[in-house]
Design a protein around this ligand. Structure first.
Ligand SMILES: Nc1ncnc2c1ncn2[C@@H]1O[C@H](COP(=O)(O)OP(=O)(O)OP(=O)(O)O)[C@@H](O)[C@H]1O
Ligand SMILES: [Mg+2]
Length: 256
């Protein structure tokens, strides 16, 4: 059965895009078919996977708002096994305005509607969302069955976590009863610091089983891979971050 997973956290810079790209690559490497959908106007996920489209190029924006464009028209294949990408451009910055003009019951389902015909084609549809809880992020959570929450191992980043789980509750109650939290994955761990360990302990105490066993370590190789436009699983296949993302993929599979 196909699973549609939104990667979300209201807090910025916690590893959402990195997790979307590398979890997608790890699932693809393991034999799953994966569609990565870029729902961030900064198009970081697209850029991460080596796709840089100019404003105006056919992209997710058109699939969401132009009735003559289907999501399947904008999908690009990638060289990595199992992985396809629906890329964004800066045009997506206009999404909020377009959505505001729509009746409330229509604006929340734009992503769900655009993905409907596609979900059966993939084992996993993974959406990267921007920070903050904008209409686009809400629409991603309405389209999803599950949300995976990357959480940076730092006290400062913890603030958004309870907000996010509260938002998920509200969206479940009002807009998408099928939505559940797949898990919280702790990212950018520096094993040398006590601070990091304490944060992980606090999150485990507060959120229990929701927290994934896998913790993604900090390594400069992740940033190098992003700069090279390549998943960590091929850029540094035996390095600690690639190993961790493969473990995360196994956990996600097990939490079906
Ligand atoms: N495991 C890691 N090791 C080292 N650097 C990392 C790791 N994960 C993410 N980063 C870096 O941290 C920064 C933020 O990561 P990322 O862009 O994935 O976060 P984000 O939550 O998508 O941010 P935004 O909210 O701005 O969309 C990036 O520069 C990324 O390369
Ligand atoms: Mg991002």
């Amino acid at each position: 059965m196909s699973r549609t997973i939104a990667i979300a956290n209201q807090k910025g810079g916690v590893g959402k895009t990195t997790t979307a790209a590398n979890l997608g690559a790890a699932l693809g490497e393991g034999g799953s078919t994966v569609l990565l959908v870029d729902l961030d106007p900064r198009a970081d996920l697209s850029g991460y996977l080596g796709i840089t489209l100019p404003a105006g190029a056919t992209s997710v924006y058109d699939a969401l708002f132009d009735e003559s464009v289907d999501m399947s028209d904008v999908i690009l294949e990638r060289a990595w096994p199992g992985l396809e990408v629906a890329p964004a451009t800066i045009d997506l910055a206009g999404a909020e305005m377009v959505m505001m003009d729509r009746p409330a019951d229509e604006r929340h389902v734009v992503v769900a509607d655009a993905l409907k015909s596609l979900q059966k084609r993939y084992d996993y549809v993974i959406m990267d969302s921007p920070p903050g809880l904008q209409l686009l992020s809400i629409a991603a959570l309405v389209a999803a069955n599950e949300v995976l929450v990357p959480q940076q191992c730092s006290f400062l980043a913890l603030h958004g976590l309870r907000q996010l789980t509260d938002s998920v509750e509200r969206i479940r109650a009002e807009l998408n009863p099928a939505l559940r939290i797949c898990g919280i994955v702790m990212t950018m761990q520096d094993r040398r610091t006590v601070h990091n360990r304490q944060v992980i302990e606090m999150v485990r105490e507060g959120f229990g089983e929701l927290v994934m066993d896998t913790v993604i370590p900090t390594t400069i190789r992740v940033q190098e891979a992003a700069a090279a436009g390549e998943p960590i699983t091929t850029y540094d296949p035996s390095g600690p971050a690639a190993v961790a993302y493969r473990e995360l993929a196994k956990e996600v599979i097990a939490r079906a």
